[in-house]
Design a protein. Structure first.
Length: 417
């Protein structure tokens, strides 16, 4: 008895699907308009999502490759005390540790840095600055998003060369070849000063950083501070996607030595805030497009239900229940949603490819002076969600017309015929 019921149910479902397909292709003009609306909506969501993802990618790589790296190793407690390189926050034996890290699987580059606050003076102008002592050869490989606007990069042959951030150069009125004096307080509490020559002016993604940053050779910074140690090891991994895995492995290995491994995302406050802002804006845009699809499909299905009032009355007169009529209308809408969403993915791929080949010129983002050319990324992991959005919006748009169709009076519907 159970097998007979299952067979009958399967036959009923198959018959309903066949009937729904016939109805969809019978109303070609109305079905075509609904499919077109769904396809345009899905393509719009797909292109918008890919555009925002490309902005995230550009901002992320600029953050990593101009300043933070994929991760930073410091003495526990140093993060949050930038500019205060006290003796208890200096890494012991940094050269040995850097060599050990460089040989680890997944680590592409390790560079040493030392940070401290100083007073920069040029002529009658003097400003507090953040000084970074860096290794020039490693920095050239590391900082691909670091733009040298004028002058030359740091060179070991020019020991007292100095790079100024773009905003700081304007504030100090310092040009190439000018002398700049740095005055610091050493970890022992003494005052020390050295004269440097401006070798270049640079720009990164962060306008705030460019307004207060100075870069000098690591050896010159150590001489200025009276120490041979560093406070930070900046790591660049083979892939950004492996950052979390590599950070966990390094934490397990070096936590017992009093060292702290911090991923770039924990240090990038502006990036996190920007991503949160853009994701909320994208969510609002997706909701607006989904509402438009619901209204378009609802209007189309309402007209379809009105034109087929007699047909639904005949179905009821032949013994079909209200839920059968309701299910038929929703099934037709689901078929339209699947067809429209599939066409939307194809349309979105074509539009994304064209826009990516041309490029979208973008103005500098907030807190930045650097413009960039955006593209549209195809994130395959988001395609099922975009497809589902089109189908769900279509089903939602059909619920009210399907409910009305199922509640039609049989007598009035037959009279409509």
């Amino acid at each position: 008895m159970t097998s007979l019921m299952r067979s009958a149910m399967a036959n009923s479902i198959g018959l309903q699907c066949s009937l729904a397909l016939r109805n969809v292709f019978r109303q070609r003009l109305r079905s075509g308009l609904a499919v077109f609306a769904i396809a345009v909506g899905v393509a719009a969501v797909m292109v918008a999502s890919g555009f925002v993802e490309d902005i995230f990618h550009n901002l992320r790589e600029a953050t990593i490759r101009s300043q933070l790296g994929h991760a930073q190793i410091t003495v526990a407690g140093f993060q949050g005390r930038s500019g205060q390189s006290a003796s208890r926050f200096l890494i012991p034996e940094p050269v040995r540790l850097a060599r050990e890290l460089s040989s680890a699987d997944g680590v592409g580059l390790v560079t040493q840095r030392v940070h401290f606050s100083a007073l920069a003076g040029h002529g009658r102008a003097s400003l507090p600055v953040l000084v970074e002592g860096v290794e020039p050869d490693n920095e050239r490989q590391f900082a691909s998003a670091f733009t040298l606007l004028e002058g030359e990069p740091l060179d070991l042959r020019n020991r007292f060369g100095l790079l100024l951030g773009e905003g700081l150069s304007i504030s100090l009125h310092a040009r190439l070849g000018d002398d700049v004096t740095l005055l610091v307080s050493t970890p022992d509490g003494a005052l020390n000063t050295l004269d440097f020559v401006v070798a270049g002016v640079f720009r990164t993604f962060s306008k705030d950083y460019d307004e207060r940053a100075v870069r000098i050779l690591l050896s010159a910074a150590q001489e200025l501070m009276g120490t041979v140690a560093v406070d930070t090891l900046v790591l660049l991994f083979d892939s950004t996607d492996r950052t979390d895995l590599m950070v966990e492995l390094l934490r397990a290995k070096y936590a017992a030595n009093g060292l702290e491994v911090t991923p770039w995302l924990a240090l990038a406050d502006f990036y996190r805030q920007a991503v949160d802002l853009y994701r909320r804006q994208l969510l609002v845009l997706q909701l607006i497009i989904a509402c438009m699809m619901v209204l378009m499909v609802g209007n189309s299905m309402s007209m379809t239900v009105y034109e087929r009032t007699g047909e639904f009355g005949t179905m009821r007169a032949l013994g079909n229940r209200r839920r059968a009529v309701f299910g038929l209308v929703v099934l037709e809408s689901t078929i339209l949603g699947c067809i429209g969403a599939s066409m939307g993915l194809i349309l979105g791929y074509i539009v994304s490819t064209i826009l990516s080949s041309v490029g979208i010129p973008m103005p500098p983002p907030p807190n930045s002076n650097a413009a960039f050319v955006a593209q549209v990324q195809l994130v395959t992991s988001q395609l099922p969600a975009v497809f589902g959005l089109g189908v769900v919006a279509t089903i939602l748009g059909a619920i009210v017309p399907a409910f009305r169709a199922s509640r039609i009076s049989v007598v009035d519907a037959l009279r409509f015929n």
